[in-house]
Structure formats: C-alpha cells, structure tokens
Design a protein around this ligand. Structure first.
Ligand SMILES: C[S@@+](CC[C@H](N)C(=O)[O-])C[C@H]1O[C@@H](n2cnc3c(N)ncnc32)[C@H](O)[C@@H]1O
Length: 213
C-alpha cells in the first residue's frame, strides 16, 4: 500500500477513532500498552523528542508530562487537528505537525528520542520510518516503539468476562435478518461511566528500544 493510500484510510478512520478512544474504548492502550511503554521509557525529563504517528495526541500528552519537549507528528489531518484542539484547550507546549514518517519535516540530529506508540506497524514502509528516525536523532539518542507483533499474537483471542460480569467485547456483534453480522457505529455506544473496567486483558504487543551511538 502506498503512503498516500494509507494516509487516506487513516484519515477516513480518524473521526470514529477519536470519538471511541476519547470515550474510553481504547482499553488495550489505556490499561496495557501505554502503561508498559511509559514504564520502560528512560528518564527524558531534560530531553526533546518526537512522537511518531501520534494520532489524536493522548499519548503525546502523557509523554510531554515526562519529557522536556515533545513534537507530535501524524499523517492524518483530522488527528492533528484534534490533537491541536486539545493542546489549545489545555496547553502543554506540544507542537503538532502533519506529515509522513517516510519524510520527516525535521532537521537532522534535532531530537534526543523518537517514540511510536503502536504506529510503526501501520506505517507502509517501516524501514524508511526507521531511517528517518535515525536521521533526526542526535548522537546517543534512542528510539522506542511498541507494535502489534506476530510473535505475541495468539491464534485465538477473545475478551473475558470481568468482575462485574460484563462480557467483552462490547458492543456485541448484531446479526441482522439477512444473516450478516455488524457492529453498531460509534454513536450507538453506551457512554463509559467510571474509569477502566476491571478484568483481565490479554496483550499482543511488543515494545523495543535501540540507542544510537
Ligand atoms: C494505531 S494508531 C496509534 C495512534 C497513537 N500513537 C496512539 O497510541 O493512540 C497509528 C497511527 O499511525 C499514523 N500513521 C500511519 N501512517 C503514518 C505515516 N506514514 N506517517 C505518520 N503517521 C502515520 C496513523 O494516522 C495513526 O494515527
């Protein structure tokens, strides 16, 4: 798939993604992936970094609270606009750029670290994204990415019943009279009332870091 085609697909997907993730439905991200990612992040309190494929900026904002300076970059205009709106409402000093990881609009050796929260596997040419990450890194800088990885994807995956007897996934798949299965759209979802629901969640994620130098 070309970079352009991938960008168009992410752009089409962005409004639903923003609505769902901000309503608390990105439970893997919020309960598993991001906490693990941040736990393995070195001290970046005096460093400047790039969040590659930052989406609507949720993780960029968490990262900014630990880092000296952060730039978020995403290929989707809608994601970048949503991230900028959040930044305008509650400024943390994050700069958001629209652009492709294949051709980073940053100077060479201009950041101390590059991170990607579950984005590298969605970028059409990950080798180009890594080469660009290497280019913009200062000597001694590091990259840290989490990805969905075939090594940790189990052949059978399913949600489990949680302590409150709510069976995931929610919403249930609806079977229509034609026999077709479909899920209701985002607006049909019930609001999430409290914090993350209790329960066990399987993870199919791999995170890694390499350091230049
Ligand atoms: C699975 S989402 C993760 C979003 C965000 N990091 C998070 O954790 O919520 C993958 C992101 O990669 C972005 N993306 C895909 N191809 C890209 C590219 N070539 N350059 C920059 N971002 C890209 C998508 O627009 C999307 O926001």
């Amino acid at each position: 798939m070309s970079d352009r085609e991938a960008a168009q697909r992410w752009e089409a997907n962005a409004p639903a993604w923003i609505e769902l993730s901000r309503a608390g439905y990105d439970v893997y991200r919020d309960l598993v992936n991001t906490p693990a990612f941040l736990a393995m992040l070195p001290d970046v309190s005096t460093s400047s970094g790039l969040d590659l494929g930052c989406g609507e900026g949720h993780n960029t904002r968490l990262l900014r609270r630990r880092a000296g300076r952060v730039v978020g970059l995403d290929v989707s205009r809608t994601f970048v606009d949503a991230a900028r709106a959040e930044e305008a409402a509650d400024p943390l000093g994050i700069r958001y750029l629209q652009g492709s990881a294949h051709h980073l609009p940053l100077r060479s050796r201009s950041v101390d670290f590059v991170v990607g929260f579950m984005s590298l596997m969605d970028i059409p040419d990950p080798a180009a994204a890594l080469a660009e990450s290497h280019r913009v890194l200062r000597s001694g800088g590091f990259c840290q990415f989490s990805i969905v990885h075939p090594l940790t994807l189990t052949p059978v995956r399913k949600w489990v019943t949680d302590a409150t007897a709510i069976e995931w996934p929610w919403p249930p798949v609806v079977t229509s009279r034609t026999g077709r299965s479909k899920r209701p759209g985002p607006s049909a979802l019930p609001p999430r009332t409290s914090g993350p629901r209790s329960g066990r969640f399987g993870s199919a994620t791999t995170a890694g870091r390499w350091r230049d130098g």
